[in-house]
Design a protein around this ligand. Structure first.
Ligand code: SF4
Length: 226
């Protein structure tokens, strides 16, 4: 189990404005630049991850180190591998507190996008780290709750792979009763060697998602579920 604290995530104000689909970008540029200056030192993205091994593969489920994960898509993705890399990423409590302290709605909105961008950047850097460290050709990933087939309830076994409460101790992240993470700007997932670099977005029909990283492929979804 390891905590990574220095993965790169930096970005420019223009990228925040593009993600936020802000009109009149020039007008907001100064606000976002100022926010980025203010969160410098407050925003400290960190990743907790470990390696884990698959005990058993069933038709629509897997047992990983004694814990059952139920998802046909995860099962298919893990068919050629025996090892996985569960992970949790957070922007940290200080960033959460700073964002919650702002009263200006526009600033709150931009801070939300800054947190989302930071999470996305760190996640990509983490997958690159795995490729280099474990000599993987490509890395796929899935997150509980991102697809109907792998619902949010699967946060429980994922956190249990880290010893449950130890996630709070090591990373400062905990699950509430609705299985949402606190700090809110956190994400969790399972990474694995994948020749195609699987992304859940390929099988997710959600329209107008600002976080989309690959086009939806309905035929591919049917192949996975058949
Ligand atoms: S399209 Fe959006 S909601 Fe769907 S998996 Fe990708 S990032 Fe998540």
């Amino acid at each position: 189990m390891e905590v990574l604290t220095d993965l790169p995530y930096r970005f420019e104000a223009e990228q925040v404005l593009s993600r936020a689909k802000a009109k009149q970008k020039k007008q907001h540029l100064e606000t976002v630049e100022k926010l980025l200056e203010q969160v410098d030192g407050i925003l400290s993205p960190r990743v907790l991850y470990r390696t884990a091994y698959i005990d058993q593969k069933k038709e629509k489920a897997l047992v990983i180190e004694g814990l059952t994960f139920t998802s046909r898509i995860l099962r298919v993705n893990l068919d050629p591998v025996e090892r996985v890399f569960p992970y949790i990423i957070t922007c940290g409590e200080a960033f959460e507190r700073f964002a919650a302290s702002r009263e200006d709605l526009l600033e709150t909105y931009f801070l939300d996008e800054i947190g989302n961008l930071a999470l996305g950047r760190v996640q990509e850097a983490f997958l690159g780290f795995l490729k280099d460290k474990y000599l993987l050709e490509e890395v796929g990933r899935m997150s509980p709750g991102s697809l109907e087939d792998w619902p949010l309830e699967e946060q429980r076994p994922l956190f249990a792979l880290f010893g449950g409460g130890r996630v709070k101790e090591l990373l400062g992240v905990e699950l509430n009763e609705q299985l949402m993470m606190h700090p809110q700007k956190s994400l969790s997932g399972m990474a694995f060697a994948s020749k195609t670099g699987f992304k859940s977005c390929r099988l997710c029909p959600r329209e107008s998602c600002p976080g989309r990283r690959a086009p939806y492929d309905e035929a591919m979804l049917q192949r996975y579920l058949s």
